[in-house]
Design a binder for this molecule. Structure first.
Ligand code: ASP
Length: 598
């Protein structure tokens, strides 16, 4: 072939091109021989096109075509022609045409692949670690390419919206000092001063605040964050956030931008239903109605507090639980009255797994609120039972699930999990919905029972609500913060806060978190000092880009939306990282490796 370079890409050819001479470049997706005809499905990132080699017209080309193998890289020239009637493929955008080849040049050969790319169904059987080890092959699949494209588009939309709103995109360092976000740091040893380490940023939190001190006013970054924490299927040791910070703003201003960028991406890239403006709940409301701070609003089934009724009952357990400051609460299982005894027992075991002492149920029978079956009926009057049924909005055929515990956190945890389980069993999650909501007014700190100290609920730079400032030292558990999460379908999608911009308040919060004056100077002296040079009031948020793409694509596995993900325990099978290093490198860094005691 005199000129091997393509004149057109594979996936764009249509009937409009019939009669044109084209040169195509791509990979041999599939090869089939039928008597005098050889068919080559040729693939590039734009799609597939069928190339046909016809022995009658081009006998010398047949052995060349037959020598091709899957994933050879080829240049093919030929003429676009209509397919024979009846041989069209409606699943392909190019399905009504084919290219009659008159020249084929192999640009590169390929070994036989560790997994076939030509059969999407078979791909579900392929071990994921193998796919990640050969990611450069896995990414040749159109499904993966579409994911990369979706990511690219989402980020472009985010950039465009923020640019229009006057934000500047600024890079902040990867080699830095520890910025706490509640995880362990990844450390990088510093060769020039053995024993000194950089920390990889858990987020650009401090830098973005320093940019506000610098007067940048509106900053954003598509930021890589590094957190050494327990791996889960929705977590990666490094992940990408849209990181935003703004000066002279209130919480409302920040929420407006968070909503604008999120809704903007969703609207432009999917046809998912979304309630907009996003509904809002305070942390306390969310805990009370859903038992957690990440409510899945794709369905209702809010929790009902029966504590008032429970104290009036003759059930000593309920009374003692409420007297001890605990709660008796319930969730409805629609249609659950028909569960067998064994199924109800299994539900009870499910609750016990999450810390409940047991599960009490009320099955509402066909005749309505006064016709029920429940072990609780002997402790309540008929009117009280009817009131419970009414309060739980239970109808004929429903099951009311009641949990009581002296610890409110146990009641919340068990019922929130039970609610989600019921939602799953009853198929209540509408897959066409993205149920966003803002949760606001988080507690500033939470008590760490193990370490006997207060930990920051978000991070230590969060501003307490001004009216709660007085409780910082006397009753920290009472302090609510100017702090918010964006939740989508029961998962955290973004989080942020109005920040502390005054050195005195920051020092008080560090003090509350048990960071004494000396440690404050050592770890955060730079930011405390910056705050003493005229730091403006500011706030911001960070939104998980990987999660956003997962939501847009209905993809439960975060690795599927990342070009080169890590597998379990942070292992990268493609690069075989982490790996050992040469003794010389260790010596230079002043490091010796000791075996970890088991
Ligand atoms: N830095 C926080 C995080 O990564 C987000 C924020 O407060 O802006 O979770």
């Amino acid at each position: 072939m005199i000129h091997w370079q393509r004149t057109v890409t594979c996936g764009v050819l249509t009937e409009a091109n019939i009669g044109q001479q084209v040169v195509l470049n791509g990979w041999v997706h599939k090869l089939r021989t039928f008597g005098d005809l050889v068919f080559i499905d040729l693939r590039d990132r734009t799609g597939l096109v069928q190339v046909v080699v016809d022995k009658q017209h081009n006998p010398e080309l047949v052995p060349i075509a037959n020598a091709l193998r899957s994933e050879f890289v080829v240049a093919i020239s030929g003429a676009v022609a209509a397919r024979q009637p009846g041989t069209e493929n409606s699943k392909l955008s190019t399905g009504s045409i084919e290219v009659a080849a008159n020249e084929i040049e192999t640009l590169n050969t390929a070994k036989s692949l560790p997994f076939p790319l030509s059969d999407e169904e078979q791909m579900t059987q392929v071990d994921e670690t193998l796919r990640v080890k050969y990611r450069y092959l896995d990414l040749r699949r159109s499904r993966m390419y579409q994911m990369l494209q979706m990511r690219h588009r989402a980020v472009k939309i985010l950039r465009d919206i923020l640019d229009a709103e006057g934000f500047l995109e600024i890079e902040t360092p990867i080699f830095t000092k520890s910025t706490p976000e509640g995880a362990r740091d990844y450390l990088v040893p510093y060769r020039l001063q053995p024993g000194h380490f950089y920390a990889l940023p858990q987020s650009p939190q401090q830098y973005k605040q320093l940019l506000m001190v610098a007067g940048v006013d509106r900053y954003f970054q598509i930021a890589r964050c590094f957190r050494d924490e327990a791996q889960r299927s929705d977590r990666q040791p490094e992940f990408t956030q849209l990181d935003v910070e703004m000066s002279f703003v209130t919480q409302e201003d920040v929420l407006a931008i968070a909503e604008k960028v999120t809704a903007g991406v969703v609207k432009q890239l999917s046809d998912k239903q979304m309630e907009h403006p996003f509904p809002r709940l305070t942390y306390d409301e969310s805990m009370s109605l859903y038992g957690n701070d990440k409510p899945d609003l794709r369905f209702g089934l809010t929790l009902k507090d029966l504590s008032d009724l429970a104290v009036q009952s003759s059930f000593a357990l309920f009374q003692s639980v409420v007297e001890a400051g605990g709660q008796v609460k319930a969730v409805l299982f629609p249609g659950g009255a028909s569960l067998s005894r064994k199924e109800v027992d299994e539900l009870g075991a499910f609750c016990k797994e999450f810390g409940a002492g047991g599960l009490a149920t009320i099955a509402v029978n066909g005749a309505g609120p006064s016709d029920f079956k429940s072990p609780l009926s002997k402790f309540f009057t008929a009117e009280q039972m009817a009131e419970i049924v009414q309060k739980c909005e239970a109808g004929p055929g429903d099951l009311i699930c009641v949990i009581a515990d002296a610890k409110r956190a146990v009641v919340a945890n068990v019922l929130s999990r039970l609610r989600l389980e019921i939602g799953r069993r009853c198929n209540l999650r509408d897959p066409s919905r993205l149920a966003f909501c803002f949760v606001t007014d988080f507690p500033l700190v939470q008590w760490n029972e193990d370490e006997q100290r207060w930990d920051a609920e978000h991070h230590p730079f969060t501003m307490p609500r001004p009216e709660h400032m007085e409780y910082l030292e006397t009753d920290p558990g009472k302090v609510r913060a100017l702090c918010y999460d964006l939740v989508c379908n029961g998962q955290e999608s973004a989080s942020g806060s109005i920040r502390i911009h005054r050195a005195d308040i920051q020092a008080r919060v560090f003090g509350l978190l048990g960071i004494d004056a000396e440690r404050q100077q050592e770890r955060f002296g730079h930011i405390l000092e910056a705050f003493s040079y005229g730091a403006p009031p500011h706030g911001g948020f960070a939104s998980g880009i990987d999660r956003l793409i997962m939501n847009l694509l209905d993809e439960p596995n975060i690795r599927e939306v990342i070009a080169f993900p890590k597998m379990g325990l942070g292992y990268d099978p493609l690069m075989d990282a982490p790996s050992t290093v040469d003794a010389d490198q260790l010596r230079e860094l002043g490091l010796t490796i000791t075996k970890k005691a088991k």
